[in-house]
Design a protein around this ligand. Structure first.
Ligand SMILES: NC(=O)c1ccc[n+]([C@@H]2O[C@H](COP(=O)([O-])OP(=O)(O)OC[C@H]3O[C@@H](n4cnc5c(N)ncnc54)[C@H](O)[C@@H]3O)[C@@H](O)[C@H]2O)c1
Length: 381
């Protein structure tokens, strides 16, 4: 992954000058998608907002009030028909992603899709087929990878400062009653393995490469029972990679949060030379220097305008800008992006393997047959 435009300490956010080949972006789903539109209007140079689409007129009105010059519609086909929309960015509920991705590919657009790319094995097979048939490109908006401490942790790993990663330990825990009230589909139309756990599972896949076997257990919290969830909201997961390296992930979405002990998302890399920790929402990157000194980089004050739009721990402005800028840059320069369609489908298979293993009381699930079934041959991506 390349480094993006933001310089920590740039505060408040200053819009960079537009790139000569900047790409126009149309966004469907204007709740989290509104965050992307505003980020494109204020933080990126290689991508800029041109259109928004939502079936809810109130969501259109709210975005239009902030960005009146854009084209807004409730008709997705009308947005896809516009030539200035070069990238379609999808922020509809998870179960609609496949339909919206395939529609965009068939209209000749490249796609940013928020995580998870889809929320079923069957949809994964369909989007992979459509991508190969149309030759269009896709980027999954794995926001955690693009949050400042996680970018710095990855860069330190890339410089060899951690040595070989011997174990990765990662989680996303967050109390979610507010989400069930705002978006009832999150309780009944998907599974937490695709919603919240998609963050730590993507981190496992990012650091470990191809995962070959998964073993998982699940349970339902008191909060989950009260909201009558269709699936569990607590998961513990162990994985082993083709390389023999190990990882584990945890998710709990009815938890009583204790942020001092556990940030919402954390990734601990245990390497042969050093150990490091990246945190979300707090913006800390903690690691051991070569002399054994523990160093804490705290980006909260330098980065709060860019990442949180000045709201204390508000959501995702900086990460969304970072991945949109990165993907537009990859398209402009004709270079590959990550996570791309094939990588995303492989990671989706890990999520599905977790769901299957937990559904069978922790029976280990092999990834090989699933990758073949979904259309990923042994060697790819
Ligand atoms: N960290 C992250 O990257 C992050 C964070 C939160 C949510 N998400 C993802 O973003 C997506 C949206 O989540 P949200 O919290 O904004 O959900 P939401 O329910 O608040 O908003 C979804 C929006 O999509 C609109 N919509 C639904 N069906 C549509 C259709 N067929 N055509 C056009 N518009 C349609 C709805 O009217 C609504 O405005 C989900 O996939 C979620 O998993 C990602």
């Amino acid at each position: 992954m390349g480094f993006i435009t933001h310089i920590p300490g740039t505060n408040p956010v200053i819009k960079p000058s537009p790139h000569a080949k900047a790409k126009g972006v149309g966004v469907i789903g204007l709740h989290e998608g509104r965050t992307l539109l505003l980020s494109l209007a204020s933080r990126t140079s290689k991508a800029f907002p041109v259109a928004g689409c939502d079936v809810n007129p109130e969501k259109i009105a709210a975005s239009k009030a902030e960005l009146p010059e854009l084209f807004f519609t409730s008709d997705y086909k009308a947005m896809l028909a516009r030539p200035e929309v070069e990238i379609v960015a999808i922020y509809t509920p998870d179960a609609h992603h496949a339909e919206h991705i395939i529609g965009a590919f068939e209209a000749g657009k490249d796609v940013i899709c928020t995580k998870p790319i889809v929320n079923s094995f069957e949809h994964a097979r369909q989007v992979l087929e459509a991508g190969r048939r149309t030759g269009r490109r896709l980027m999954v908006g794995q926001s955690t990878r693009f949050f400042e401490p996680f970018r710095r942790q990855r860069a330190a790993h890339g410089r060899g400062e951690l040595g070989e990663i011997e174990l990765i330990d990662t989680h996303y825990i967050h109390r979610m009653d507010w989400l069930y009230e705002k978006s009832p589909w999150a309780a009944t139309e998907t599974d937490w393995v695709f919603l919240g756990l998609s963050h730590p599972i993507d981190l496992l896949r990012w650091y470990l490469g191809r995962i070959t076997q998964v073993q998982a257990w699940s349970a339902t919290s008191d909060l989950g029972r009260r909201y009558r969830l269709s699936g569990p909201d607590i998961y513990t997961v162990n994985v082993i990679a083709e390389s023999g390296r190990l990882g584990r992930a945890m998710g709990h979405y009815g938890v009583h949060e204790l942020p001092t002990a556990r940030n919402c998302i954390e990734c601990v890399l245990y390497g042969s030379r050093s150990t490091s920790l990246a945190q979300y929402h707090d913006m800390r990157h903690v690691y051991l220097a070569q002399d054994g000194t523990e160093i804490t980089e705290d980006h909260l004050y330098a980065g709060r305008h860019y990442y949180y739009n000045s709201e204390v721990h508000g959501m995702h402005y900086g990460e969304f800008a970072n991945y949109a800028e990165y993907f537009a840059g990859c398209l402009i320069d004709g270079v590959p992006n990550s996570p791309n369609l094939e990588e995303a489908v492989e990671t989706l298979c890990v999520m599905e393997a977790v769901r299957r293993s937990a559904g069978q009381g922790g029976r280990p699930v092999e990834l090989g047959p699933m990758l073949q079934e979904v259309g990923l041959s042994k060697g790819s991506p």
